[in-house]
Design a protein around this ligand. Sequence first.
Ligand code: DCP
Length: 130
Amino acid sequence: MSESSEQHPVTLDLLKHKMSEFAKERGWEPFHSPRNLLLALVGEVGELSEIFQWKGEVPKGLADWKEEEKVHLGEELSDVLLYLVRLSDICGIDLGKAALRKVQLNAIKYPVKVSEDPSSSHKDQPNNTN
Ligand SMILES: Nc1ccn([C@H]2C[C@H](O)[C@@H](COP(=O)(O)OP(=O)(O)OP(=O)(O)O)O2)c(=O)n1
């Protein structure tokens, strides 16, 4: 791909159009149904999970990971994002708008003074050791 993020800021809208073009060019639109996309998304979440599987907790920033492991992680995160963007589009959901609204709802549900200690909102959550 010749396009770089310096030339075009990466927005959800750009990714939505890229995924739409990708499916159209290959005649894959009939396969990009809500259910198929959801299953593909879950599959990619599985592939993402495999990267962390059996490693125990890993340090923030992944300082001790090899470059190729980080590249692989970026690929799997991207697959999850791309299928999520495509699923939202196919379902007629404006993902950016919905996510901003959800951030606002979260702030109302968890006012700052209550959410200072994240474990207080989830009684089962163990203390974060990071
Ligand atoms: N019907 C399809 C198949 C693929 N893709 C796109 C979206 C994902 O970003 C990526 C997924 O491709 P693969 O199914 O080949 O998955 P991986 O890239 O993870 O390969 P592998 O499963 O071999 O690791 O390609 C798509 O939009 N529609």
